[in-house]
Design a protein around this ligand. Sequence first.
Ligand SMILES: [Zn+2]
Length: 442
Amino acid sequence: MKIFGRQATRRGLKIYDQFRIMKTRLGALDSERGRNFCRACNSNNVMQVLDLGNLPIANELPITNHEIIDLFPLCFGICTNCGLGQVGEPVSRERLFSDYRYLSSISETWLRHAKNFAQNTVAALKLTSSDLVIEIASNDGYLLQYFKNSGIKVLGVEPAKNIAMKASLNGIETISEFFGVDTAKEISNLHAAPNLIIANNVAAHVPNLRDFFGGLEALAGDQTLISIENPSILNLLKENQFDTIYHEHYSYLSAFAIRSIGAEFNLNLYRVESLSTHGGSNRYWLKRGELTEQEQIDLNSFIDSELNSGLMDMLAWSKFSSNVESSLANLREWLESCKQEGRRVFGFTAAAKASTILNAAKISRDEISGIADSSPEKIGRFLPSLGIPIISIEDLKVEKPTDILIFAWNISYEISTLVWEELGANVRCWIAIPDLKELTHE
Ligand SMILES: [Zn+2]
């Protein structure tokens, strides 16, 4: 097992040094970004809130349980200047995202959400066949397919080559690049300004947020609207969603932070919608033009509610840190008692969330015998560092579990319903966030 970071091995330090780049308008590109430098506003006001220890990369799933796993520090901090929540980046984005295994189209709940968004947006913006919609981090084309079905021109940008290939095979034109100023210019050379740019659940995964917003600025025309959807940092704070912290998830956004960075790149946040997805997301709308009076009033009111919820209150963040410690202790204690009673505990969904919580709590195969997942890309692999196998739902049935810990708590209803249908109503289903709780039949 190798540990990279500040007290790193020589290899770790070399990786750190590779990403030491000059500070420019497009960002303080320094290995300290996210730790000492804010990746949104460039200030050095990042206050550390939570140290989860040295953890593996959540989405790197080893093929055997005796592979050497690299560990990297995972610390979460808040910028006291612009409010951006962030983690450091001791590991390159190429390593994190070039072979990403998450297929958006695997979740029916997510597909329904995508379809509703596409249909509502086509209607609200009165998009026609001459209009262009660009999606950044378009994954396997799960969302753009619905725009395409409505006759709209679409273009995807997806850095994971394996997933971009799937999208292209499905008929969604996709450029396989990371998005930033360079990619935006390439697109602008080939296409007119898009009517809509969608960036759903991607801004958080961008190490250089300033290059990302610079790209949006370069790609947007005067009439372009930009839609950015992301989990709200307030849910992390209020609902103890610390398992959404992992190395790939660099930034934790709020309207307060988006308004601040958007303004630096001539993109004005003019509307925020609250969504139930991912345990509480916001959809931020940006445009080049000025806000109407009503938009300004509504936005101020939204941001006031964020500040009243403790976004910039360091005492609230200190309490969050204590809550995380007690949640981890409760989980360990429960799993220990299950082991004593001879119960057969399995997990469900080998999501990044599972890796964070189990590694932070130091849970091994002795406590959780396996994790079921429906993704063929994950089945047969192991959760990093812990040696817990990822199994199919068919194999889970054979194991006859007594208890299922659902890691994807945001779709716990869907999963518990499936578990009770497939494995019987006596199987106990649990979630560990915001704290350990048994789910009840409805
Ligand atoms: Zn900042």
